[in-house]
Design a binder for this molecule. Sequence first.
Ligand code: NDP
Length: 676
Amino acid sequence: MTVQMVSSFAKGAWVAPTSGARNIASAITGDVIASAGNDTLDVQGMLAFAREVGGANLRRMTFHDRARMLKALALHLNAHRDVLYAASFDTGATQADHLIDIDGGIGTMMVFASKGRKEMPDAQIYVDGEIEQLSRNGSFLGQHICTPLQGVAVHINAFNFPVWGMLEKLAPTLLAGVPAIVKPATSSCYVTELAVKIMVDSNILPDGALQLVSGGLGDMLDHLTCQDAVAFTGSAVTALKLRSNPLILGNSVRFTSEADSLNASILGPDALPGTPEFDLFIKEVSREMTTKAGQKCTAIRRIIAPEAATQAVIDALSARLVKVKIGDPRLDTTRMGALVSAGQKRDVLEKAALLGREAERVFGNPEDFAVDGADADKGAFVPPMLFHCSDPDTAVHVHDSEAFGPVSTLMGYRDLDHAIALANRGQGSLVASVITHDTDVALNVVQGAGAFHGRLYINNRDSMAESTGHGSPLPHMVHGGPGRAGGGEELGGIRAVKHFMQRTAIQGSPDVLTKITGQWVPGATEHSVGAHPFTRKFGDLAVGETLNSAQRIVTLDDIEHFANFTGDTFYAHMDDAAAKRNPFFPGRVAHGYLLLSFAAGLFVEPNEGPVLANTGLDGLRFMKPVSAGDAIKVRLTVKKKTKRNDEYGEVRWHVTLTNQDDDQVAEYELLTMVAF
Ligand code: NDP
C-alpha cells in the first residue's frame, strides 16, 4: 500500500513532508495511509508572505469582491465533492457524515458569500451601527467602523471536521480581508490538504490568501503580533496551553477557542411518553450520539429527563441504538463508522470507564459488539454507550469529563429548576436543548440557563419538521460558548467577520464622516447637478446629491379626501375637539401617510427613467404634527449606493419633510432600484 505524503502549502508552493513527519493510520483498518509534518517549514516566512502579499491583495478588494470570490470558491469545491467524499472514508466517517463536513462546509461558505453582498458595503470600510450625535448642532459626530486586521489569521482545527472546520473559519476571515494559515489536526489532515489543493488549483484566491501547515506549527505562535488572530478548535488542555503563550498574552493577540463541552438536552416536564415531543427527543438524542460516531463538539453528552420518565427514555433510546449498524463506512448499510484513530478509541474507552464509576452502563458493550466489513480490533470502532446516573447531584465526572465518542449519560431531574441546575453543571457549553411544547418551560430554561450556553435549541411538534438539529452549528447563528466550551464565538453571520477586523470609533464633522463611510450623513455637504436625480443613472448619481422640492400647502379638503378615500377616519384627523383632548395634537391633523404620499408627489419625476422600483422605506419617524394650512416641502439626498448586479443597484435616499418654519415633520430612508 502506498503511503500518501501530505504536503503543506507555504509561500505559494507545495512542500512535502520531511524529517519529523508523523504517520497517519486509517480509522477503519489501522494501516498507515499517510504521513505529514515538516519541521523545516519556514513558518516565519509564511507569516511574512501572508501579511505582505496575501493581506495586501485581499485589502485591495471590497467586501463584495471578496464575497464573490467566496461564492466562486464554494461552487468550485462543490463541483469536486466526490473526491473529498472518497478521501474522507478513511477518517471513519460515513457518507451521511460527509454531508455534514463537506456539504456543510461548502454551504457555510455560500452563506457568507451571500451575507457579504447583502449586509456589507461594496467598499473597504464596514460601518458598524448608527451615527452617534456628539454635539448639540450636529457639527461633530461619531461613527464606529471596522477595517481588516493587517496581519494573518492562524486557524488551528480539530480532527473531526477536516473540511467544515476549515471553511467555517476561512469564509469570514477572507471576507474580512485577512489572509489565513490553516493548520488541520494531523489525524485527518489529508482531507483538508485535498480541499486546499482544490481551492489553490482553482486560481480563484489571490496569492498569499491561504496557506496550509500539515503537521506541527513549529514556533509560529511565537511570532504573532497585535494584528494577528488565532482561532482554535480542539481540547481544553491544548487551548489553555496555546492561549497561555507569553507572546500571545504580551501582544494581546486575539485568541478564540472552541473546546470540548458537555452539552445537555432536557426533556421538558410536559414531554412525557406518548407525546410527539418524547419521540422527537429520542430521535434527536440517538442521532446526536451516533452521527460522526459522537465526535461532534455539539453532541449531546448529558440527557436530562424527568425522574419518572428515565426508564422510558432508556427503553426507547436502546430500541433505536440497537438498530445502528456499525462498520466500514463505505458500506451502504453502515449507520455509524469508526472513531478517527486508535488514540481516540483509547481515550473514549478511558473516559467511559470514568463515567462508569458514577453511572451504570445501560446500553452498549465495548467488549462485545458487531462490526460489518471491518476488523473490530484493527479499526477504531466503539459501540454507542448509554449510561444512567442515578445521583447526578453528587456525581462529578458526568458533568466534567467528555468521552468524545458515541457516549451519553442520562440523569433524572425532580423539577425544572433542578434540570436547569444540572444543565449548568457543565460549566459552559456550546449548546443545550430543551424539547417542550410549553412556552413557559422554554422561557424558564432561557432565563435560567442562557448565561451558561452559547446556543439554546428549543424544539417541539410545531417546529420539528423544519428544525435543523441540536448539533448543527449554522453560519447564521453564533457557535461557541462560555467556560468549558472555550469562551469563544464563531459564526453568527457578519459578527464572525468582525472577529477579524478592528472596530474603531471615528469622531469628526459630517463631511469627514461622509468621506470615510461612503454614506451621506445629515449636515454634510449637499450637491445638485441641476438635473432631477431620478433622471440620473446609478453610476452617475453621487452620494450627497440632493433634490429640494417645491412647497405644498396641506388643506382640510386634502385631509377629508384622504380619510374618505382610504377609510382612515381616525378621530385625530376628523374630530377637532377629540384631537385637542389628545396630548400629541393641537387639533385635527393630517395623516402621516398623507404626508408621505404628498412627499412622493413633490419629489417624483414621472417619466420613464432609470428609477426602476421603490423597494422599501426604513426608519420612518413623524416628529411634528401637520395641520391644515401648514406648508410642507421635501429634501431628498442620496445616502448610500449598493450595486446589486450589472443592470441595477440600490439607492438609499435620506428624506426629510419640513414645514413652513423649517421644523422637521418627518424623516425616513427611501429605497429604490436604479438602472446603470
Ligand atoms: P488537540 O487539542 O490535541 O488538537 C486540536 C488541534 O490543536 C489540532 O490541530 C492539533 O494538531 C493542534 N495542536 C495540538 N497541540 C498543539 C501545539 N502545541 N501547537 C499548535 N497546535 C497544536 O485535540 P485532539 O484533536 O487530540 O482531540 C482531543 C480531544 O479534544 C478530543 O478527545 C475531544 O475531547 C476534544 N475535541 C474537541 C473538539 C471540539 O470541537 N470542541 C473537536 C475535537 C476534539 P495535531 O493534530 O497535529 O496535534
